[in-house]
Design a protein around this ligand. Sequence first.
Ligand code: DGJ
Length: 759
Amino acid sequence: MKNIIYDDGVFLLNTKNTSYCFKVNDYLHLEHVHYGNRIEINDVDALTLKRSIAYGDSVLYEQGSQYCLDATCLEYGNVGRGDFKEDSILTNINIADFKFEDYEIVDGDVDPANLPNAYGADETLKVTLIDINLQLDLYYGLFYETDVITRRVVVTNVSNNSIHLNKVMSMCLDLTQDDLMLLDFTGAWSNEVNKNEKKIQTGTYVVSSNTGFSSNRTNPGFIIKKGHTDEFHGEAWGFNLIYSGSHYSSINKNDKGIVRINSGINYINFDYELNKDDSFYTPVVVLTYSDGGLNELSHHFHDFINENIVRGTYKKKERPILINSWEAYMFDYNKRKLLALANKAKDLGIELFVLDDGWFSTRNDDTSGLGDYNVNKKKLPGGIKALSNKIHELDMKFGLWVEPEAINPDSDLYRAHPDWAIEDNEYKTLYERNELLLDLTKSEVRDYIVENINKLIEDNNIDYIKWDMNRQLIGVSGKYDYEYIKGLYEVLDRIFKDKDVLFESCSSGGNRFDLGMLCYSPQIWSSDDTDAIERIKIQKNLSYLYPLSTMGAHVSASPSTAVLRKTPLNTRFNVACFGDLGYELDLNNLSSLEINEIKKQVEFYKQHRQTFQYGKFYRVESSDNKESFEVKLDETIVGKFRKLMNSSVGFDTLKVIDLKDGMYDITSRPFSINIETFGHLINFVLPFKVNTEGLLVKEVSKYKGLDSKQEHYVASSNALKQGIKLNNLYISSGYNEDVRLPLDFGSELYLIKEKKDNE
Ligand code: DGJ
């Protein structure tokens, strides 16, 4: 069945649950009519903004009419024709009046540009608009099942003169709903994706980055929702760019109540010269809508990313559990230490060993070596190959960290090719983490990277690459940022397209967590902040836009490097399992108790990995002190997280959202608690007195913990949806084995399985 319908000037694009509609109006402008729930083509007149009378301050498009562009919803903003909503395109000509010329509907994808794109569209619509100087081709990809529409624009110079493009948005969308809020996600290194909610009033709100990259400052993805919309109810519109460079989206509400959303590459300093017949291709923007609340909106994004963005061998494939050397040893390691770590990891059931930064050149800290690929023979006498062989002999996969876009001035590469680094010769060079970026707009630089990474992978049987990038792009203008990103995409395409290697991208953690990178790397290192309590926020907020399968999430040491917080091992796992699980700590420093716990964690994760990586994820409950996550495939798992304990705390419930009717068995994942947690209370249960701060308790705690009893409940789906009552929490006096003990920073995982008839 065709889901892009054209009928007498009206375009209606239907996905499973949404409709997107616009029409060619009497003035040949493309007038936006609706983006929301499914509608009929006959609804168009009723939904179009009326023009019974012109506003007094209008610039009339035609004398004697009531038509003015400022009070009209447009599919793409015109310039200098009385539309004072924010412009979607700017050129040196400063006037553009786009009129409908033609359209084409084709089955499947149409991809006119060499930029990453979604794939697997059911149909694609191209609408051509023409102005005196420019032609605009608006592309709409329809992804029926995931309720996604993609948009992009191709601008062509149809004049005889050269034109400077100074702004060209991938899409413009004029909404007429009132009471809207903007959710965007801002942050910094090690403090990514903080969710902000802003009421949209008259004026302009900007979601942008100018660091050269999609950035940890502001993720390109954002959400517009009705004021009352929550996780489970209400309307919301989601937007994200398939692009990794500086981006710009604006939400501009005018006095007539029209909210114009523009989204595309950052146009500040942008200058792209188009000669006669030249075209410029914008990146693609992804749009989705739901009237079932924010969780449902996120499900659209999740399904779409797993189905239509991530590609290659690891599409929908389970990701291996890894051990990464970074937080264990940083730069301070040798082959013996690494093999000891790998052996321990193997014992625990870990599947992939990743050697992080520090394996090459003189790289014993972050001041030198980037750009060079010669192995540090002091640390690794037999080279990477010998280590990789040893890891493979353990029947583990072998992964390697690289940072190919960067160069240290103290490197052989810089000494040989100083001109390959991005530096301004007139101004003093500014460094970030002692490094500069390589000029990826130069083909010889791209070739150098491709050749070296390909050689590394092939010579050393590498199964996984962690591709890092640790600085911002500064002091460039014009179209440089766009050309850099295109250069990067070309490099990634050449390296990874036909390889089975698992590629995890990283940029100081989550500084480039975007759909552009996900077209190449199925997973991204979410943050250098591996503190479990901080990670609840980071992974939860990423989940508004990205599925769990894309999030690298590791158990690290306690106290955490990030905030020096002590967090129970149980919670560190319970958070990291909502993502692609890894461990990033010195496993040889663990006590026997911790070793046993990790073995059980790894086993549990393997049994439920498909659910954790590809299940339907819900943000169930959230308050300052508590969070709960649910993930559902054939089984359901709920994680309940607590920050601080209260004395004499009240009852506690377990709420499960997505269950088909039936009876369910609910079991908690047992875990062990370090006995030091109980301080002087130990003396109340022991027949003799001990110094609770002393050596004896410390020693015993390495072997023996207090085991939580496995809770077991039986309940119907209806009871679970409402919330069943759990055993009491510790309440400051007394204890028996039915008392639950998720104390400060504590957490529990509950497994919910349907009861079979005869059970
Ligand atoms: C930044 C990354 O985010 C870390 O995980 C680690 O790989 C370091 N770089 C290594 O320098």
